[in-house]
Design a protein around this ligand. Structure first.
Ligand code: 6PG
Length: 249
């Protein structure tokens, strides 16, 4: 695993750096394969990145977009991660609907919808049962409790190792989420984390020892590249980590 830890001046610098990295990755990957498989993060942090991507001419027909997690609400609910990405990016460009794979949240049975999305994933990647899809890039955020996607501390979703998609639990509210095996199979995972409220969890995540069940983002250890793009506020305590952990860039 190749690890990158970059601490940038402010949130807009994080977004600008992420845009450069994401667009470069898409272009480089599409030189050697026909499709770029991308999983989007939810929450607030990535919204300006998606807005910025929409202003970049990219070969939309060669990009396949999925979500790494989804609140269990309808697609028109203000809480929906799908709604956010569509409004600021996917609806603003000529993005083929066939390339957009939202997590289903309409069967009133989250576990059933999780299974459906697992099937969708395997079909989209052309895989048979048992094979794990390898995303070209998975974007992630991190909560101030150290969760990522909808893998929340001390929840059952953290222990799921035999499925790609499972049901997350945020204070009793169901969510659909990628599991650790799916995230960790990716060629590249990129965290975008900003704000002073994330400092404490980041200190635990980069600490030599800490409990993964309490700080789930610690357990993101992808096969390929792991990028942490932080602003100064979030990364205030981590400047000395770069040498200690052999982080590049
Ligand atoms: C979600 C996200 C979640 C998010 C973190 C950080 O559906 O909310 O997938 O994991 O990335 O909670 O959220 P912010 O970017 O809003 O701080």
């Amino acid at each position: 695993m190749e690890k990158h830890l970059e601490i940038l001046t402010d949130k807009s610098s994080v977004i600008a750096r992420a845009l450069d990295l994401v667009t470069a990755k898409i272009k480089a990957t599409l030189e050697v394969k026909d499709n770029f498989f991308l999983a989007l993060a939810g929450g607030n942090t990535p919204k300006p990145l998606y807005e910025a991507i929409a202003n970049n001419p990219l070969p939309w027909s060669k990009i396949q977009v999925f979500w790494g997690d989804e609140r269990y609400v309808s697609p028109d609910d203000p809480q929906s991660n799908q709604k956010m990405a569509r409004e600021v990016w996917l609806n603003k460009v000529n993005f083929p609907e066939a390339n957009i794979y939202p997590m289903p949240t309409n069967s009133q049975a989250p576990a059933l919808d999780a299974q459906k999305y697992e099937t969708t994933l395997r079909e989209a990647f052309g895989l048979t049962a048992g094979e794990i899809p390898v995303f070209d890039l998975i974007l992630l955020g991190m909560g101030d409790d150290g969760h990522t996607a909808s893998l929340f501390p001390k929840t059952a979703a953290l222990t799921v190792s035999d499925r790609l998609i499972t049901v997350g639990d945020k204070d009793g509210q169901p969510r659909l989420t990628f599991t650790f095996p799916l995230i960790n199979a990716a060629k590249c995972v990129m965290f975008l984390v900003t704000g002073a409220n994330k400092q404490s969890a980041l200190s635990q995540i980069f600490a030599p020892e800490a409990e993964g069940m309490l700080y789930p983002s610690r357990l993101i250890q992808p096969q390929g590249e792991l990028w942490w793009l932080l602003d100064e506020e979030a990364g205030a305590n981590l400047k000395q980590e770069r040498e200690k952990y052999g982080y590049l860039s």
